[in-house]
Design a protein around this ligand. Structure first.
Ligand SMILES: CC(=O)N[C@H]1[C@@H](OP(=O)(O)OP(=O)(O)OC[C@H]2O[C@@H](n3ccc(=O)[nH]c3=O)[C@H](O)[C@@H]2O)O[C@H](CO)[C@@H](O)[C@@H]1O
Ligand SMILES: C=C(OP(=O)(O)O)C(=O)O
Length: 516
């Protein structure tokens, strides 16, 4: 794989730019009229631009990019894009990296510890980079200590909460997980509103109600959360989470870890990142019972000050992504270090669809708890499942794995119904597969029907502004005949380390390039 700063061949560039603008507008859920209003122009002008019938100045392109919060084209060190030539058959062996979601939780949790935290093999992804920038702005010293991606974190005696890196903080949702640790560090503090993928409205209310028993009141105004802590208030009875959310459970756990009494958290998520956080807290000397269940009992400490070494487990979502890559390209690959206990429902569903694979004996991840296997995929002819595919909190099918079933369903014979009840926007992005020849019908914002099999054909697309759908499109490009271009891939780097390079090492033909 190479990175080249070249310009792409410029055939019908107005038409291509028009298509990219139309993609970006649709990703933002805007009509042509709404975009025209933002730009002070007419709907017919937007229509002409999208059809490639309009000359565009660089200034106008920049204005359109700003109105759509999407860099259509950029000069200098702008966004990266991918050029994919297909169809590809993959072969070889790939190791799963540690998870984004445990990584970000552990970075936030390191604020509980006055000693040094060393995290082993942290995924070197943009989401982690943004949190490292935020931690750095608070005075926390962080450094990658070797080529293995081991990361050392040393917090200062006092955090400097006045200089938080607002820009970095606003690009991730994970910053919300500072609430739990910070309420023990300061009586008042401010955090910028959390960002992240554009998946529609994501509530923060469950976080507030989980942390209120620890005396935290949060007012949200002008793009900031203003936190105030009343130390006379401590949990008097079990905390019952209104949603079984992952990060809300993590916030409650982190708040409980520095509360010297015993806190019971009910309706807790038992998902993989929550388990990794529990094991880390145990390594810090916090008593956590019920790991892997929906009732967690935490006996915290007044001060945590230990030098601790922790190795988070492998990412089930990356494992699912690579399973999908193999299935869509009908390839035989070996996926090593797959966290099987967080993939069991997914594999059972795939088996029902006719997927054939071999799995090794189980062995333990470096955290000493999570069960891993090596999976060898076998080229398989798939059929659509009889019932709809839908996610559930763990141990159900993981919501972040659901989008991969769209591209898998597209290669299966028959009609598959996918029901994403969780996110307002994510199912909508799956219709981007239609630009590559897919037949995905949006039944309503939460349900799609996919007809397969698909004869994929290469095309040029803007990355949907959401991590998993963006990877789903990339995987379909691997199977597509001809050349595809995927523009603006930051969103993929948010959650995957070197995905394009690693797919290339399996034989994919992917080139990374920038605009000049
Ligand atoms: C950093 C991190 O770990 N991110 C994960 C975490 O985000 P996070 O924990 O932030 O997820 P949210 O709290 O946003 O929950 C996702 C959506 O599910 C809804 N909801 C959730 C639980 C529930 O019992 N009922 C319910 O309705 C929420 O209202 C929200 O709309 O969990 C999500 C759901 O597994 C994953 O997609 C994210 O990758
Ligand atoms: C939705 C996701 O993550 P986040 O919570 O970081 O937006 C994801 O990992 O797919």
């Amino acid at each position: 794989m190479t990175i080249s700063p070249q310009v792409e061949p410029q055939t019908d560039y107005k038409g291509r730019i028009g298509n990219l603008i139309r993609d970006a507008r649709k990703h933002r859920g805007l009509t042509q009229t709404q975009l025209a209003e933002r730009l002070g122009t007419s709907q017919s002008a937007i229509n002409r631009i999208e059809k490639g019938h309009q000359n565009l100045s660089l200034e106008m392109l920049a204005r359109i990019g700003a109105a759509l919060d999407s860099e259509i084209v950029a000069l200098g060190a702008g966004p990266t894009h991918l050029r994919v030539k297909g169809p590809t058959t993959l072969s070889g062996t790939i190791d799963i990296k540690t998870s984004k979601n445990a990584g970000v939780a552990l970075l936030c949790a390191s604020l509980l510890n006055r000693g040094r935290t060393t995290l082993r093999k942290v995924a070197r992804i943009e989401e982690v980079n943004r949190l490292l920038e935020v931690l750095g702005s608070l005075g926390v010293q962080t450094r990658w200590i070797n080529d293995e991606n081991d990361l050392e974190i040393v917090p200062p005696k006092e955090l400097d909460l006045t200089r938080i890196d607002e820009e970095a903080a606003r690009r991730t949702r994970s910053v919300l997980m500072f609430l739990g640790p910070l309420l023990h560090r300061a009586d008042t503090f401010e955090l910028p509103y959390a960002g992240g993928c554009n998946l529609g409205t994501r509530t923060v209310e469950p976080h507030m109600s989980a942390l209120r028993p620890f005396g935290l009141e949060v007012k949200a105004t002008d793009g900031w959360y203003h936190g105030q802590v009343n130390r006379a208030i401590v949990p008097g009875r079990p905390i019952v989470l209104t949603e079984r959310g992952d990060t809300v459970t993590e916030n409650a756990l982190m708040a409980a870890a520095l509360h010297p009494g015993t806190t019971v958290i009910r309706n807790a998520s038992s998902n993989y990142m929550v388990q990794d956080l529990c094991f880390y807290l145990q390594a810090l000397g916090v008593d956590v019972e019920g790991v892997g269940t929906t009732t967690l009992t935490v006996t915290g400490k007044t001060v945590i000050d230990v030098d601790v070494d922790y190795a988070p487990s492998e990412d089930p979502i990356e494992a699912m992504s690579l399973l999908a890559a193999a299935i869509v390209t009908k390839s035989e690959i070996t996926i090593r270090r797959a966290p099987i206990e967080f993939l069991e429902i997914e594999l059972a569903m795939l088996e029902e669809m006719g997927f054939r694979y071999e799995r090794s004996e189980e062995y333990l991840a470096a955290n000493g708890h999570t069960r891993l296997v090596d999976l060898r995929t076998l080229p398989s002819d798939l059929i659509a499942p009889r019932d709809k595919i839908h996610p559930m909190p763990f141990p159900g099918l993981n919501i972040d794995n659901l989008p991969f079933f769209a591209v898998i369903a597209a290669v299966a014979e028959g009609q598959t119904y996918i029901h994403d009840w969780v996110y307002d926007n994510r199912a909508i992005y799956l219709t981007d597969l239609n630009k590559l020849g897919g037949r995905v019908s949006l039944l309503d914002p939460h349900r799609v029907m996919i007809e397969g099999p698909t004869s994929w054909t290469g095309a040029e697309l803007m990355c949907p502004p959401a991590l998993r759908p963006a990877v789903v499109v990339l995987l379909a490009m691997l199977a597509s005949k001809g050349t595809s271009v995927l523009r603006g891939t930051y969103v993929i780097h948010r959650g995957y380390e070197d995905l394009a390079e690693r797919l290339s090492s399996l034989g994919a033909d992917i080139e990374t390039f920038r605009d000049i």
